[in-house]
Design a protein around this ligand. Structure first.
Ligand code: ADP
Ligand code: ZN
Length: 206
């Protein structure tokens, strides 16, 4: 876990990534770091990729416990580049997994010019496979925190996003983003995570 004073030696920027499953507390942790930066009188800007429209709406970073800070909705890293003020010292970005790969270049150039960049995102999709630009962001970050939720089936630490369509585990080949369906997500551990077809293929391989 990063300490707020750890990098206080000079003007250099850096990249922090907060990753983990849904409900693992990524937004809570991002909000905590943003709040502390504001208390320390840093100039902070917060962005949120708005494919996810949860609870408080797209103009706030909301956590499941109801706390929130204001955020600007964006679709692309390019929009962030255009909106960041030269004097901004901390840039926080939530739901980074939905952004295109150029987020890696943007985070790198912001850090190189002295900005603290905090990115939060789900690192694996419902299949348990790497999600969008997250693997590259994890590789270029100075600091990485991987958070866990509680498996809703067995109570162990959860590291997987269980996708349910009509209450049943979503098949491996169902589309990653589905509009207008009765889908939901649960936090589960590896053992309780179910992805039909992938599981059948693996059994066949053994
Ligand atoms: P994330 O951004 O990772 O999706 P949030 O910060 O929005 O997570 O929410 C985390 C909160 O979700 C927890 O503090 C808890 O109140 C709630 N929660 C709901 N389901 C679970 C679960 N299965 N395990 C842990 N926390 C959960
Ligand atoms: Zn489990």
């Amino acid at each position: 876990m990063i300490s707020d004073g750890y990098f206080s030696g000079g003007p250099a920027g850096w990249i922090e990534v907060i990753c983990g499953v849904m409900f693992s507390g990524k937004s809570e942790e991002l909000i905590r770091r943003v709040r502390r930066a504001i208390i320390a009188k840093r100039k902070v800007q917060v962005f949120k990729s708005h494919l996810d429209e949860r609870y408080a709406g797209i103009y706030r970073i909301s956590s499941h416990d109801g706390r929130s800070v204001d955020a600007v909705p964006i679709d692309t890293p390019d929009q962030i580049a255009q909106l960041v003020h030269p004097e901004t010292q901390v840039v926080a970005i939530d739901e980074a997994q939905f952004l295109d790969p150029s987020i890696v270049e943007l985070a790198t150039s912001l850090a190189n010019r002295g900005t603290r960049v905090i990115l939060a995102g789900t690192d694996s999709d419902f299949r348990g496979e790497p999600f969008g630009p997250m693997p590259q962001l994890l590789a270029v970050a100075e600091v990485v925190d991987k958070l866990h939720a509680i498996c809703v089936i067995c109570g162990n630490p959860a590291s997987r996003n269980q996708r349910l369509i009509g209450g049943k585990p979503a098949r491996y080949d169902s589309p990653t983003i589905m509009v207008g369906s009765t889908e939901s997500y649960e936090a589960r551990c590896r053992a309780c995570h179910s992805v039909p077809r992938r599981d059948e293929d693996q059994v066949r391989l053994l």
